[in-house]
Design a protein around this ligand. Structure first.
Ligand SMILES: [Zn+2]
Ligand SMILES: [Zn+2]
Length: 427
């Protein structure tokens, strides 16, 4: 196990006295405080090289930090070691008989997973293990481009960063006790989701959806917990592509996490198409619904993602299921929105499907695991059943646009239950 000292936690009783020492006498810089409501503490981080000091201030008398300082006064509280695989670290500790405060990791600050080891097993020191989930995904190749060959096509799964949406809204009627086991929620009950547009490269080059883009203000980015440190610009370049190379931009639907990257704001403040040579294709019904949004779906549509396309004369609206380029067809699913469509790709007797928000993550593979966001959930259910019958018969490679860890896989059935067999990329 490789571990890095992440931070040292120091319990304080008098914050202004602590600041007088660490900030004024030592001259260290203190980051903006972070409130950890569930622990009833306020954390003030002080960067010291690769690691940090963490001043912990209780915000309520029943906080663990208050109980600690009542008993022992202020002082060293815990050390935090960052590991690559917290699950493996806990399993190893358990095998060796260590006493654990947390048997399974729980969500911590900064997209992390944490677990505490009891001081009685650690020579009197409270040890926190931490895994940065974004790092962990990066270590497993998530956020990197993954390439697949399908007949004459090259399919390249790109990445436009992470966002966080309410776990309850993401799983509809499924109780949290069930979904939280698969997908841990953060302090605000949000789960981590990726945005993964897909490149289809044949005689022409198509991109299906384009992620969130970068036109949003700080408040928006905070609400949705956006992390685009790695985004479409990086992954397009890694795929050996520029925006000029894209001939066709195909929309599954016009929600901001799919269509945000369709446009960019220029230095002059004007919003224009992000792919300068491309023809954009969207479904007419979806376009009309986006422009006539109602109280229920209004928050999902941002006019600057798609109105500038029409103004620039690059938007083509299609009415029915049809071939967009040879081997690539759109198929309406309804459900999520009335005109939500998925994309079927076929070449050399092989098939792939870009499922978009019909099955946003591998956790949604069970039929009733349907998003609360869906406007017509019974239509989603019917569309999923039809999709499974078709994809399992053809051994279709299915792309999961929002899954944080799995870009693509095959849907299998085992004892009446669905699961996903992740696909190995070609490179
Ligand atoms: Zn959507
Ligand atoms: Zn979505």
């Amino acid at each position: 196990m490789k571990a890095v000292l992440d931070h040292v936690g120091i319990a304080v009783t008098d914050l202004s006295a602590a600041l007088a020492f660490f900030r004024d006498s030592l001259g260290l810089e203190i980051e903006a405080p972070e409130e950890v409501a569930s622990q009833r503490v306020r954390a003030h981080f002080i960067p010291v090289g690769e690691s940090k000091l963490e001043l912990l201030e209780a915000t309520a008398p029943d906080s663990a930090i208050a109980r600690y300082t009542d008993k022992r006064g202020p002082g060293l509280h815990h050390i935090t070691l960052r590991v690559d695989d917290i699950g493996a670290a806990l399993a190893q500790l358990k095998r060796r008989g260590a006493r654990l405060v947390d048997e399974t990791p729980r969500p911590g600050a900064e997209h992390g997973l944490v677990a505490f080891i009891h001081p009685s097993s650690a020579h009197g020191v409270l040890v926190e293990l931490k895994q940065n989930t974004v790092d962990a995904f990066a270590a497993r190749g998530v956020g990197a481009v993954s390439r697949y060959t399908l007949g004459n096509f090259e399919l390249v799964s790109l990445f436009d960063g992470f966002l966080r949406l309410d776990g309850g809204a993401m799983f509809g009627v499924v109780p949290k006790a069930l979904w939280a086991r698969q997908t841990p929620a953060d302090e605000k009950n949000r789960i981590l989701l990726a945005m993964r547009p897909l490149i289809v490269r044949g005689a022409r080059t198509m991109i299906i959806d384009a992620g969130l883009g970068d036109k949003h203000d700080r408040k928006f980015l905070e609400i949705y917990g956006v992390d685009r440190k790695r985004n479409l610009d990086h992954t397009l370049a890694e795929a050996g592509l520029t925006r000029e190379d894209i001939d066709i931009v195909l929309a599954t639907h016009l929600h901001f996490d799919h269509a945000g990257g369709f446009t960019v704001r220029g230095a002059d403040g004007r919003v224009r198409p992000a792919f300068p040579r491309a023809q954009y294709v969207a479904r007419r019904g979806e376009w009309e619904d986006a422009r006539n949004a109602n109280e229920r779906n209004r928050a999902s549509y941002l006019a600057e993602d798609y109105e500038p396309l029409a103004a620039a004369g690059v938007l083509q609206l299609v009415d029915d299921d049809q071939t967009i380029m040879p081997g690539v067809r759109v198929r309406r699913t309804g459900g999520h929105t009335m005109h939500h469509q998925l994309v079927m790709i076929e070449s050399g007797g092989q098939t792939a499907a870009f499922a978009a928000d019909l099955i946003p993550t591998t956790a949604h593979v069970a039929e009733p695991w349907i998003m609360g966001y869906d406007l017509y959930p019974m239509d989603t259910l019917a569309a999923k059943k039809a999709f499974y019958a078709d994809t399992m018969a053809k051994n279709t490679l299915v792309f999961f646009e929002h899954d944080p860890a799995v870009a693509a896989g095959y849907i299998r059935e085992e004892q009446g239950r669905r699961r996903v067999d992740p696909a190995r990329p070609a490179v």
